[in-house]
Design a protein around this ligand. Structure first.
Ligand SMILES: Cc1ncc(C[n+]2csc(CCOP(=O)(O)OP(=O)(O)O)c2C)c(N)n1
Ligand SMILES: [Mg+2]
Length: 592
């Protein structure tokens, strides 16, 4: 028996029921804000099941454990839950092999970035019979890597292997503290079975995440905020380029305030990974190209323009806001800024706003009023053009992908959450979704295909009262083991609608091939092997295989009704997949 004194303890810490180390791990997770643990079975991680079952019976704190059937879906579900709730989520999988199956989800967690606790068991190494949890299967000699943390080290803020001298509650709280402090990001914990099963005397004293304390937001130097405010106030052609700032709803509010005060257009599209600004607002997406702007404010956007073609003029003033100063998580960076503001967007925007309010002269205000009127007119023109293009798209046979975006816009409620993995069709989704509320539009934040279905499941768990719609390329959907996300969505009644742009091809292997080798043999001979998968898998049947609702749509007039049927199915509790049959990228190139 390990006495309480044997585990590090401080009198200020709370005492929680715990009979073995695993109970401390589980309790600290829940007390640290983790409601959802996405679990993929393994012989080394039965302690999570046992500990959570025990906690449920005894009324001890524990996250809810969800059975997920592939590790990629599990980690992406954790990302989806965390991005919607603003709280951490967790996943637990089998040893090194389960960790490998996290796959591209680890990249997404890091690049997103998402505050998630990513866990795995690790092969027991105690001599058989020598202690609880010791080796009892031949496979355990096979699954002991030299250093399991090394697999994920480039993609996490910190990693740790739980050991006997650790206080398990403290370690989990510490990991969650790190994950949740800016710049946020994933943390990795491996738990050897012998350690998980170390006995405790019925209770454990440890600090929660909040006892340790999550760092407050970094606030910019007021003199720097004043300098940026001066540039923006005096600018002729300013613009704001947000990327992920909307991950914090308060940053959306602060951006609206500043943009309205100075009539600053907010540029959308591109790397906009969150709803950063209401898309129906007159200042949304009416802004200049970076090369035409004289003052540019960049918010948590790793690469806002393509150099050198789109780069701002050398005389332009650039202010760049990011909680990770000079974006140190990205290696090669030729972007320069006149000031780098190491702050969160909400804090920087408020500071710039406060500084700007006190410095507006009469002539500034009249210049700003003129710009506001100009941008309002431009917005009305853009909206009219999009509406016209959307309606005209409905006349085309085969189905025009724009028509799918246009019809989707018609079935969404103001609080509908859109997860956008639509790749080459993302513009068609963004043009019509008309999202205005923070937390209603998400892209993955990374570049790994396969995020969408798992993330949509996690998002629905985190916000069950909202419809959740995943818009996805057919290729990206398949990267995400969709069966593994749809099955738990059906099982746990956390349904979402998947809208598949079924163009039976990858833009990378078709239009991308053509732009890489415009005069090449592959294009000349019409050889698109590697880029086209036609006839495609039957996605409607895939939905049925996961106990959900599915259909494939071939005619333009069927798109709207089919999307509506899919949404109705989700409202009745079933995940739904509506695949819209489109020309392949090769056929589409010939049509245009
Ligand atoms: C895991 C993973 N594999 C490969 C890629 C490379 N990739 C980027 S875009 C793309 C095409 C995706 O195809 P699809 O989802 O059908 O979208 P479409 O190009 O048709 O719009 C691919 C393969 C990736 N980003 N992630
Ligand atoms: Mg495709």
């Amino acid at each position: 028996m390990i006495t309480e004194q044997a585990v590090s303890a401080d009198e200020r810490w709370g005492t929680y029921g715990a009979e073995e180390y695993a109970d401390g791990v589980v309790a600290a997770m829940k007390l640290g804000g983790v409601d959802h643990l996405f679990f993929v079975s393994g012989s080394e991680i039965a302690f999570y099941q046992e500990s959570i079952a025990k906690a449920q019976q005894r009324g001890w704190p524990a996250p809810k454990l969800y059975t997920v059937i592939h590790e990629g879906a599990a980690i992406n579900a954790a990302l989806g839950s965390a991005m919607v709730s603003g709280q951490p989520a967790a996943s637990a999988v089998h040893v090194d092999v389960g960790t490998f199956n996290y796959g591209g989800g680890l990249h997404t967690a890091w690049r997103g970035p998402y505050p998630v606790l990513v866990m795995a068991g690790t092969g027991p190494r105690a001599y058989p019979g020598s202690m609880p949890g010791a080796r009892n299967s031949l496979v355990q000699w096979v699954q002991e890597p030299r250093d399991q943390g090394e697999i994920v080290r480039q993609y996490t803020k910190v990693d740790h292997r739980l050991e006997h001298q650790d206080n398990p509650g403290l370690i989990v709280s510490r990991l969650l503290q790190v994950a949740m402090s800016e710049p946020k990001g994933p943390v990795y914990l491996t738990v050897p079975r012998e350690t998980a099963m170390l006995p405790l005397p019925g209770s454990l004293r440890f600090p929660t995440r909040d006892d340790l304390g999550v760092a407050t937001e970094a606030w910019p130097d007021p003199s720097v905020a004043r300098r940026v405010a001066e540039w923006l106030v005096k600018a002729e052609n300013p613009a704001i380029y947000p990327g992920k700032s909307g991950r914090n709803p308060e940053a959306v509010e602060a951006l609206v305030q500043l943009a309205e005060l100075l009539a600053l257009p907010v540029v959308g599209g591109g790397r906009m990974d969150r709803l950063n600004f209401p898309t129906t607002h007159a200042l949304y997406d009416t802004g200049p190209e970076p090369k035409d702007a004289d003052v540019l404010l960049v918010l948590e956007n790793p690469a806002p323009w393509m150099p050198p073609r789109q780069a701002p003029r050398p005389t332009a003033k650039i202010a760049w806001v990011d909680p990770d100063p000079v974006q140190s998580r990205y290696k090669t960076m030729e972007f320069h800024a006149d000031v780098w503001m190491p702050a969160t967007s909400a804090a920087a925007l408020r500071a710039i706003y406060d500084a700007a309010t006190g410095m507006l002269s009469q002539s500034d205000m009249s210049r700003i009023a003129d710009r506001r009127a100009r941008l309002e007119t431009r917005k009305r023109e853009i909206e009219a053009r999009l509406e016209d293009a959307g309606q005209r798209a409905g006349n085309r046979r085969p189905i025009d992908p724009r028509w799918v975006g246009y019809q989707l816009g018609k079935i969404m409620e103001p609080d509908t959450i859109v997860l956008d993995d639509a790749l080459s069709n993302s513009d068609n989704v963004q043009s019509y979704h008309r999202r205005t509320r923070p937390g209603t539009y998400f892209k993955s934040g990374g570049s790994s295909g396969g995020w969408g279905a798992g993330a949509a499941f996690g998002a629905k768990l985190a916000r069950p009262q909202s419809d959740v719609i995943l818009t996805t390329g057919d290729g990206y959907l398949m990267f995400g083991e969709p069966l593994a996300a749809l099955w738990p969505a059906a099982h746990y009644k956390a349904p979402f609608l998947t809208v598949v742009f079924l163009n039976r091809s990858y833009s990378t292997g078709t239009t991308g091939l053509k732009s890489t080798y415009p005069e090449g043999t592959a294009v000349e001979t019409g050889n698109s092997e590697g880029g086209v998968f036609d006839p495609p898998p039957n996605f409607a049947k895939l939905a049925e295989a996961a106990n959900g609702y599915g259909e494939t749509v071939y005619e333009p007039e069927e798109v709207g009704p089919a999307l509506q049927r899919g949404l109705e199915a989700t409202r009745k509790g079933s995940p739904a997949v509506v695949a819209v049959w489109l020309p392949t990228h090769v056929e589409e190139m010939a049509l245009r």
